[in-house]
Design a binder for this molecule. Structure first.
Ligand SMILES: Nc1nc2c(c(=O)[nH]1)N[C@H]1C(S)=C(S)[C@@H](COP(=O)(O)O)O[C@H]1N2
Ligand SMILES: [Mo]
Length: 315
């Protein structure tokens, strides 16, 4: 999915308007949950199993989180770039506060998140949506959100409650959350151990798709756009599990040039980059490349986070 003038899915605003947010549902149309009948079950290796309704959850301390939200893409094609990304403000309760009520047993190592959606995927029927995370990581970071950008979660984005796992691919942010299980082990499941795994760049055993890659997207000008020749601000967004520390831009074969990059700040938000640049009349190919605090750089090609390139014509 390349950004084009006809693709407003990543407007150049700090927060992505919810009407422009992509929707990824594996198991068909979103379930229609009745908020008054809905409960969240917390079970497994806990001292106190819980059945929380919305009133009980809303009695807990409210938290806010602004974070980028990136789809991994088609799990059967883990090397294809999609750059489906947004930046959203969520609010809800900390998973840690719910876990404090349930009191996990010391043997608990993994936490499973189950959604209410049921259906088939990749020819397999009778599926539910299930993901898991290491308990410590989830306890530190996961928010159970009931609003997005200050509005109640729309049905397509997980009403009444979803998990939000910041800095991890959005596939981990389970929508229509109804059940949390604490366990000693990971669940065997299509969406946990069979799909959404990949071999790390250096080789070795396949690992679950969690920490996002270093990545960037040019938003201005857009792919295919006709612009007037002259000075333009080349701009876009960059994001990674770690803060992005540099974004470079190259126009045609002119070589990489550093851009002015907004610092990430305390939260895992996307970062704007910009570079004023003269575009002479004619076609141009503009590329952007991000580097993160861990020293990871976008590869030139052949990877889902390969350098992003757009073609424009200056007239
Ligand atoms: N229950 C449930 N949660 C889910 C999914 C799903 O199909 N079912 N899709 C996941 C994927 S792959 C992504 S990218 C995000 C998308 O969230 P959004 O549709 O709110 O943008 O939700 C994740 N959570
Ligand atoms: Mo996704």
């Amino acid at each position: 999915m390349q950004a084009t003038p006809a693709d407003p899915s990543t407007p150049d605003a700090f927060l992505t308007p919810v009407e422009h947010l992509f929707v990824r549902n594996h198991l068909g149309p979103p379930p229609e949950l009745d908020a008054s009948a809905w409960t969240l079950t917390v079970e497994g290796l806990v001292e106190r199993p819980l059945w929380l309704d919305l009133a009980a959850l809303r009695g807990l301390a409210r938290r806010r989180l602004t974070a980028f939200h990136e789809c991994f893409g088609n799990p059967s094609r883990p090397d294809v770039p999609t750059r489906a990304v947004a930046n959203l403000e969520w609010s809800g309760v900390a998973l840690a506060d719910v876990l404090d009520l349930a009191a996990p047993r010391p043997q608990a190592r993994h936490i499973w998140f189950e959604g209410a959606d049921r259906g088939s995927y990749a020819g397999e029927g009778g599926l539910r949506y299930l993901k898991d995370l290491p308990l410590e990581q989830a306890r530190d970071e996961v928010l159970l959100a009931d609003t997005v950008n200050g509005e109640p979660l729309p049905r397509r984005h997980g009403f009444p409650l979803r998990a939000v796992a910041p800095r991890l691919f959005a596939t981990n942010s389970v929508k229509w959350l109804t059940r949390v299980v604490l366990s000693e082990r990971r669940p065997e499941h299509l969406f946990t151990t069979r799909l959404y795994t990949r071999v790390p760049p250096g080789g070795g055993a396949a690992r679950p798709v969690r920490e996002v890659d270093v990545n960037s997207k040019l938003l201005g000008p857009r792919d295919g756009q006709r612009v007037t020749a002259g000075t333009h601000e080349l701009t876009g967004r960059a994001w990674s599990y770690e803060p992005v520390v540099a974004v470079e831009v190259a126009v045609d074969d002119d070589g990489w040039r550093p851009t002015l990059l907004q610092p990430r700040g305390p939260g895992p938000v996307w970062q704007r980059f910009a570079l004023p640049c003269r575009l002479s009349p004619g076609p141009h190919r503009i590329r952007c490349r991000a580097t993160d605090a861990r020293g990871r750089v976008q590869p030139p090609s052949g990877a889902r986070n390969a350098v992003h390139a757009v073609e424009v014509v200056a007239v």
